[in-house]
Design a protein around this ligand. Structure first.
Ligand code: SDX
Length: 433
């Protein structure tokens, strides 16, 4: 991984006359980093950064984010251009391999993914163990972890071919599992993937076709689905990606690592926000209720937050939200759908962006703010929104996992702590407590 150290910082310990020089590393873009790997051995001190807000956990070449400028690049290509001109599978190839594929590479990759979309027939029995009203994310988390049982013995991820097969299996099978989770939750039969269909089309077919009639795929919906998948593919070292990397650093198999990523993504502060946004908009109902909710979000004593707003990194508009907002209008217009929640969302955005609280804290709409409205228009229930996020992010997770496994300098992740518990003390017999 390219980085260079052309300077250093000196940390002087004011309770001693000791000081330590720490190298400063520079990447291609973005802030330099202070390499603190020698800090503990030199000072007997740890750093302390509980939310990792100022901590770089790895070197990576996949995704670059400039939160102040609202920039998002995948292997150097701006997300706006990829969303406009590329396809999800092409972006998947780019994230996995570092370059956009030529025609031959694209055809081989597409053929490989298409021909791995079926899951082992035994997998369907795992679904039968869930209640019909189980949340689809709970089902997806469970059956993805169960994939480990089907592939555990032939995963030597230190072997390049084996690693690539696992990456392709996960990218290929996640839409199938997601669609099965949806079908199971509504009591309809599973649909097998159709190899003649594209990735997004196949997913829509598996979700919405029924045995009793021919399912016509709306090209507008298929195009919007592919674009939504692109916008959610990868996003640097977010919570779920860091979960996948940490799980993978122990040598756990990629299927188990992706299951861990799905679990982390489910939280409403992370990927679960798209479902929470729709629930929030439904609770608001009409424009005249918006101010009440905005005031609640500003109230320090109220834990309520405006879902779909704010971001750990973006202190400007999330570029994905910009694309999603534009796509939202296009899809609803082309589908002839008018959703009052879109009006509520746009009014809320306008109010929040003019509110001093949101301006001062640099809270802008994020990727989750508009996605739910499009997905709802496509016919997905809110409980499936984060599942769709997981389908897309599987590409980012597995590409980051692959990069980590191929990084010869990587070690098992093992953070330390600031201990605040009791000092050493002797055991007290129960009769004396
Ligand atoms: C995703 O990391 C990624 O890249 C994630 C993601 C990806 O692609 O992987 O981009 C996907 O998870 C997008 C984020 C989706 N989550 C939400 O929309 C949930 C609502 N947003 C917040 O919970 C919050 O903004 C976070 C979790 C997204 C970010 O939290 P941070 O960085 O820890 O910021 P913070 O909680 O320290 O907030 C800073 C201030 C606080 O006020 P003060 O304590 O300084 O007074 O801003 C306030 C917060 O109270 N604040 C909000 C708010 N978000 C932050 N106030 C009201 N509404 C909000 N949404």
């Amino acid at each position: 991984m390219a980085s260079k150290s052309n300077s250093s910082v000196t940390v002087s310990l004011n309770n001693t006359n000791k000081s330590v020089d720490l190298p400063v590393l520079s990447g291609t873009l973005g802030p330099d980093v202070i390499d603190i790997r020698s800090l503990y051995s030199s000072t007997d001190m740890f750093t302390f950064d509980p939310g990792y807000g100022a901590t770089g956990s790895c070197m990576s070449g996949l995704t670059f984010i400039d939160g102040d400028e609202g920039v998002l690049l995948h292997r150097g290509y701006p997300i706006e251009q990829l969303a406009e001109k590329s396809t999800f599978l092409e972006v998947a190839y780019l994230l996995l391999n570092g370059e956009l594929p030529n025609t031959e590479q694209n055809d081989e990759f597409t053929h490989a993914i298409t021909n791995h979309t079926m899951v082992h027939e035994q997998i369907s029995t795992f679904f039968r163990g869930f209640r019909r009203d189980a949340h689809p994310m709970a089902i997806l988390c469970g059956v993805t972890g169960a994939l480990s049982a089907f592939y555990h013995d032939n995963i030597d991820h230190y072997d390049e071919t084996s690693r690539m097969i696992s990456c392709r299996r996960l990218i290929a099978k996640m839409p199938t599992l997601a669609a099965m989770a949806y079908k199971y939750s509504i009591g309809q039969p599973f649909n097998y993937p159709q190899n003649k269909l594209g990735y997004a089309e196949n997913f829509l077919h598996m979700c919405f076709s029924v045995p009793t009639e021919i399912y016509e795929i709306d090209p507008v919906v298929a195009d919007a689905m592919d674009k939504i998948l692109i916008l959610h593919a990868d996003h640097e070292q977010n919570a779920s990606t860091s979960t996948v990397r940490l799980a993978g650093s122990s040598g756990a198999n990629p299927f188990a690592c992706i299951a861990a990523g799905i679990a982390s993504l489910w939280g409403p502060a992370h990927g679960g926000a798209n479902e929470a946004v729709l629930n929030m908009l439904n609770e608001i109902g009409t424009k005249d209720n918006i101010k009440t909710f905005v005031d609640k979000a500003k109230d320090k004593n109220d834990p309520f937050r405006l879902f779909g707003f704010g971001h750990r990194v973006y202190k400007n508009y999330d570029p994905r939200a910009q694309v999603m907002r534009k796509s939202c209008h296009e899809v609803l217009n082309k589908m002839g759908v008018s959703d009052p929640l879109l009006e509520v969302a746009m009014e809320m955005e306008e109010i929040a962006l003019k509110d001093p609280y949101f301006i001062e804290k640099k809270l802008y709409p994020n990727v989750d703010f508009y996605s739910g409205i499009i997905l709802k228009a496509m016919g997905f229930p809110t409980s499936m929104f984060t599942v769709l996020f997981a389908v897309a992010r599987t590409v980012g997770w597995i590409s980051q996992w692959k990069e980590m496994v191929e990084d010869t300098s990587q070690r098992i992740g093992r953070p330390r702590q600031l201990y605040t518990g009791p000092a050493t003390r002797d055991y007290i017999d129960i009769t004396k407590r």
